[in-house]
Design a protein around this ligand. Structure first.
Ligand code: COS
Length: 385
């Protein structure tokens, strides 16, 4: 299908594909097995300017947008949905600064994020505040020129490797979600530490950690936007970043489809390649159709976001919901096509199936995406009257 990508976008896609095939693929099984963070790959991504793809040129980025980021994340995820997260999760954490930061904050933090010198993490989730993001318990108390943060964040992607963390904390608990505020916390700030690193089912070549704030002193100038804007900062960040999860899902699904077609051509049973059986061809055809539908949706939503559309929550949720469900179904079908071999670690499809599962859960479960879509449908309908 022709998605009418520009020359620059095709270049980014080709470069990411080359990195994925030459650098990620040889490491994929080992990093998954050992559950190691891929520092070697981060270095390759740094050298090839991948971290700056979506950041403005004035801050040292390449001046692309969400679509360019999605193209890169898709290609990397086609080979490994875990390693691609060093980039995708850094972008997620950079969005609060990019969208709501003041000039000083942008000048201070974005150039190092653009080169990949600093990695970042977005810290919203807490043990008692997952889907219910408004139930955040971490507090931020103003004391002179500082905010004092106390609380624990969990399941934070890039948590143990991030140099900066964008954190949502309550400055005024009595105001509910309107009492939340967003902060930039740097590694090394007093009272900030990393807790346990999680053992995960999938995306094992990525860091998922607990972050602990114990009287953590954050300079007041690191408040993003103003007090009380934290929930909006978080929601708008997620609106911007969910196409990225969708592109990760899309890449995983494409990788599983490619592997399944290849395997079905080689594997012989009943004296012929199994791909010659119509039942299998139809299965592959359905997988390919779902993958292409997801791609069309992801690119279209990414373009909508880049065009500066005001209301993107619904579109963003739709593409995350659809693409992650496609990733789960296509990887499951790929394992089925591989049969017994698909269940074994010698082949990559069982890993792809494990990696796919998280895309239905993080950056808002798919149940929450449906809530976001439903809420917006009601609003749109009401506004017509
Ligand atoms: N953009 C701008 N404003 C938004 C918004 C968005 N995308 N989403 C919500 N808001 C505003 C609402 O308009 C409302 O404003 P008012 O107080 O002026 O009415 C306010 O924020 C509170 O919104 P709402 O009442 O919808 O909040 P809820 O507590 O019901 O929560 C959901 C809404 C469920 C959508 C939110 O908690 C959520 O996204 N949860 C999932 C969080 C998540 O994705 N976690 C994953 C971890 S981060 S990687």
């Amino acid at each position: 299908m022709n998605y009418f990508l520009t020359e620059e976008q095709v270049m980014i896609q080709d470069l990411a594909r080359q990195i994925a095939e030459e650098k990620l693929e040889p490491l994929r099984a080992e990093m998954d097995e050992k559950a190691e963070f891929p520092w070697e790959i981060v270095e390759v991504l740094r050298q090839s300017d991948m971290f700056g793809i979506y950041l403005p040129e004035e801050y040292g980025g390449l001046g692309g947008g969400v679509l360019e980021l999605c193209l890169a994340v898709e290609e990397l995820s086609r080979v490994c949905g875990g390693m691609s997260l060093s980039l995708a999760a850094t972008a997620l954490a950079a969005f609060p600064v990019l969208l709501f930061g003041n000039d000083e904050q942008k000048k201070k933090y974005l150039p190092d994020l653009a080169t990949g010198k600093t990695l970042a993490a977005f810290a919203l989730t807490e043990p008692e505040a997952g889907s219910d993001a408004g139930a955040t318990r971490t507090t931020a108390r103003k004391e002179g020129d500082y905010y004092i943060l106390n609380g624990t964040k969990c399941f934070i992607t890039n948590g143990s490797v991030a140099d900066i963390v964008t954190v949502i904390a309550m400055t005024d608990k009595s105001r509910g979600s309107r009492g939340a505020s967003a902060f930039i916390v740097e590694k090394g700030m007093d009272g900030f530490s990393v807790g346990k690193d999680e053992h995960k089912m999938g995306i094992r070549a990525s860091s998922t950690a607990e972050l602990i704030f114990e009287d953590c002193k954050v300079p007041a100038e690191n408040l993003i936007s103003r007090e009380g804007m934290g929930f909006i900062v978080a929601m708008k960040t997620l609106d911007q970043s969910r196409p990225g999860v969708a592109s990760q899902s899309l890449g995983i699904a494409q990788g599983a489809l490619d592997a399944a077609v290849e395997y079905a051509r080689q594997r012989k049973q009943f004296g012929r390649p199994i791909i010659t059986f119509q039942g299998l061809q139809w299965m592959l055809a359905d997988m390919a159709t779902r993958v292409e539908a997801a791609r069309a949706l992801v690119y279209s939503v990414a373009r909508t976001v880049d065009a500066g559309a005001k209301r993107i929550s619904k579109d963003s949720a739709i593409c995350k919901l659809f693409a992650s469900d496609v990733a789960m179904s296509v990887t499951t079908d790929a394992v089925q096509i591989f049969g017994g071999y698909g269940y074994m670690k010698e082949y990559p499809v069982e890993k792809m199936m494990r990696d796919a599962k998280i895309t239905q859960i993080y950056e808002g479960t798919n149940q929450i995406q449906r809530d976001v879509i439903g809420t917006q449908l009601i609003r749109e309908s009401a506004s017509k009257k």
